[in-house]
Design a protein around this ligand. Structure first.
Ligand code: IPE
Ligand code: IPE
Ligand code: MG
Length: 244
């Protein structure tokens, strides 16, 4: 295993529907299998020393899916929280949601909010689920909140800069971990689908052909190995013989 472990890993957990359809099942079966993979990946990320793990579970655009599929997705999320929260707590995992949490149904909030609260003092792996999340929504919201603060006299327009904008994003709660080091996407698609556009400005990307239900701890280790072999330059120059 590479010695360079990314601090913040973000995963686009894609391909549940295709995984199921290729096996002659309905799409929701893929969501069931996909959800069952989440716990072991969180555990492995923690063991590997990753500090922050952000899982893209549901986008602002995913609301356009059929009602039947949506209801299964929410049921599975509730089930995951009920079943796995104890283990997350035992492992000192901190849980957060980034996205439009206010859009979630009361039945989801009734389980999610106490789960977040229960893990709120934990200091280990910073686990975030991106739910009803869209980067464009996040950036537009940040602009609106900043403008409102200006109107209230709390800020001045000339104070806006990259750091200040970051403070208005959902990911601001992650502090210095809010920049993403590695984005992994499953399912063979090579696009970002409105995920962490700002935070992934200098992230490395690993695109995998396998679908999310086939993701395993070993696959995560493989992606980290690939990350370890990458040369991150951040626009600068690597001077031979000088390690950064
Ligand atoms: C990812 O799998 C899960 C969600 C977006 C909720 P998909 O449901 O997008 O599966 P594919 O990409 O259609 O196969
Ligand atoms: C991205 O997958 C969102 C999640 C995995 C939660 P999508 O399936 O929604 O993305 P597109 O439609 O292929 O771009
Ligand atoms: Mg998809």
């Amino acid at each position: 295993m590479s010695e360079r472990i990314p601090k913040h890993v973000a995963i686009i957990m894609d391909g549940n529907g295709r995984w199921a359809e290729r096996r002659g099942h309905t799409r929701v079966f893929g969501h069931i299998r996909g959800t069952s993979k989440v716990k072991s990946v969180i555990r492995e990320a923690d063991h590997l020393g990753i500090k922050a793990l952000t899982l893209y579970a549901f986008s602002t655009e995913n609301w356009t899916r059929p009602d039947g599929e949506l209801s299964v997705i929410w049921k599975l999320f509730i089930k995951f929280l009920k079943r796995d929260i104890d283990e997350l707590h035992r492992n000192n995992v901190r849980l957060r949601v980034i996205g439009e949490v206010e859009r979630l149904a009361p039945a989801v909030r009734a389980v999610l909010d106490p789960s977040i609260e229960r893990l709120s003092k934990n200091t280990g792996l910073q686990l975030s689920f991106a739910i009803s999340y869209g980067s464009r929504r996040e950036l537009a919201r940040a602009a609106r909140l900043f403008a409102l603060d200006c109107e209230k006299g709390l800020r001045k327009p000339e104070e806006m800069n990259e750091q200040v904008l970051g403070e208005y994003l959902w990911t601001s709660v992650l502090g210095e971990l809010s920049d993403v080091d590695l984005v992994i996407r499953t399912s063979g698609e090579k696009r970002i689908s409105n995920f962490l556009l700002w935070q992934a400005a200098y992230a490395e990307f690993v695109f995998l052909d396998l679908c999310w239900p086939d993701f395993t701890p070993e696959v995560l280790r493989g992606a980290l190995q690939e990350y370890g072999a990458r040369e991150r330059r951040f626009g600068g120059l690597i001077i031979k013989g000088v390690s950064s």
